[in-house]
Design a binder for this molecule. Sequence first.
Ligand code: SIN
Length: 278
Amino acid sequence: MKFDTVPLSSALAAEVRGPDLSQPLDPTTVAALRAAWLEHKVLVFRDQRLDVEAQARFASYFGPASHTQAPDARSRKHDPDRRVLLITNLREDGRPIGFLPDGELQFHSDSAFLERPLMATVLYAVEVTDRGGETLFANACMACAALDPGLRARLEGRRAFNVYDYTTQVKSGTLDRAGLPQAVHPVIRTHPETGAQAIYVNRLMTEEILDMPPAESAAILETLFAAIERPEFVYEHVWREGDLIIWDNRCTQHARRDFPGDQTRLMRRIGIAGDVPV
Ligand code: SIN
């Protein structure tokens, strides 16, 4: 099957026009899509009508689904096969039925608090709000390449502590870490397929760079977070129902803008299992 790839920004992301993902794709198309994905890091497919099976089939072209993408089981109630995580503000009896229900999210790479974070994420928009809720994608390789060479050298071999508190969705220096999912990963990671280096600390989950005075760690982290957030490295996606996006968590970070809490936002997420970052 032929498809067109239309870049969506000068930093990253491309729209793929042509494939109907409700139907199986042939191996040649899958290989071409995979190559386009490694190049653009984020692929957007619009106007798709996908049930869970079709979304899972698409995800399987990139790798096996992860069953550890979320540390709790709340949203599993609606998904007995445990592949799909609902990202939604829908509630039953006042309690969210899904994950990441409300508001803004700071830049992050999915599940960086796990020893083996997600390689990729496949997010499908079932219902979106009439404004807000945009997802911003940052090219973490471009941000890394733009760092001051002296700082790059200072970060060689450094590792950072990542933790996430799902109750507040906000990283805090006073976090009680006990019992929270947490992992130590390189500050700069190397993409196993392209060899590109990417900043792998994020504002939402990274607490500190290890073996460094706290003030220096905090100052360097702020520099790295600011690098990720430079507008020239970011593509902002305005969601429409029927959009499907696959992003590479090994070389991108993403954030979400606030959205009206009195409107439904319902996304289906399938995570693709990843390796230990190096
Ligand atoms: C996520 O961080 O996985 C969710 C992004 C979104 O809701 O747009």
